[in-house]
Design a protein around this ligand. Sequence first.
Ligand code: NAD
Ligand code: MG
Length: 388
Amino acid sequence: MKIIIFGSTGSIGQSTLEVIRSQSDKECLQVLAITGNDNIELLCKDALEFGVKRVVTANKKKLPELKEKLSSYNIEVFAGEEALLEVAQMDADWIISAIVGFKGVPPTLEAVKYCKTVAIANKETLVCAGEILINTANLYGTTLLPVDSEHNAIFQCLKNESIKTVRKITLTASGGPFRNWTLSQMEKATVNQAIAHPTWSMGTRISIDSATMFNKSLELIEAKYFFHLNEKFLDVLIHPESIIHSMVLFHDNSVLAQLGPNDMKYAISYTMNYPNRKSMTSSEIDFASLKKLTFESPDLKRFPALRLARMVLKTDGGLGVVFNAAKEIALDRFISGEIGFLDMSRLVEKVLLSSEIIKLEHTIPSSLNEVIDINNYTRKIASDIKFI
Ligand code: NAD
Ligand code: MG
């Protein structure tokens, strides 16, 4: 099987390489290409270990360093956004889309036209261009598989079930590091506190998104498009142990849930080996020592991102891309120390309610270019909003 890893130097990318290392039939897996951004050292190390054909950095300034480090090997090296699109056009059987943020959207949409199976970790593609992604996959006969643990869980629960018999889908959420914090504590939360996720080890940006619950908000929108479900079928439940990865309630009130260790390698391995299951070496859940699994409803006052997601879910227009773009700018501004933790959701709400954006409510972007235009337009609005 020929494999491409977009975002190989990140948390999901590294877990994917780890899954490949541990596969019993790894000699049948050929990593055609890997891509990264700034971490050239790691890109080169992995390129040599896996004998890849091509390495691409999104950052053109890093091309000389990449070229120099790989100059004595027969490996193609390229840089920039065009080069990422060209990676998507290589003849692969399985691609994982694991670039973080909106930058992952164009290569993922391109990959769907060329690759047999695309495993989607980059939730932004579904949030910003869900309909385009699904329609393109249908047109090209491409299999899309969800890597996000919640969607992977739901996908597993829905195997052999009809979506028409679903009454509700419940996305579980750990509640993040601030699950028990008061609003006034959250007001002063720092970047380092927000990154300290209690149950999952992830990239910096998604960890902060988990602390605000913007991550869960994006996942609600992701689920809407992936499973073709209206927002009233979608719910969120706090489950601090992160053992149940999500669940589905059917018409007969039966609930199917998928449980597993909180390690993304399980979801990645599932999509890599689909429809088979390969054995995993790490330890299974010990229910007797766990003793109990707990649940609570999310507090929309402390986690307004979930309320904002509902505003987006209720419309059929281009608000997914608006929501994501505003959130990305809010996150940049929080990381740079310009705004506070709770200002992130305030900023996104201001953008969603701004007159320039309200008029987009019924605009359904039908091409990647339109999605990119809305993304750029929103980023400017979100960057210009002043906080005193
Ligand atoms: P990360 O920050 O650890 O890694 C991101 C990857 O994207 C790196 O390889 C980086 O080099 C690359 N990248 C960064 N900026 C880029 C740019 N401008 N152009 C091209 N590439 C760029 O992120 P992650 O935690 O691995 O998350 C990746 C994606 O998977 C995100 O969309 C995230 O929401 C999703 N996801 C992650 C997890 C997780 O456990 N980490 C779980 C579910 C979904
Ligand atoms: Mg998730």
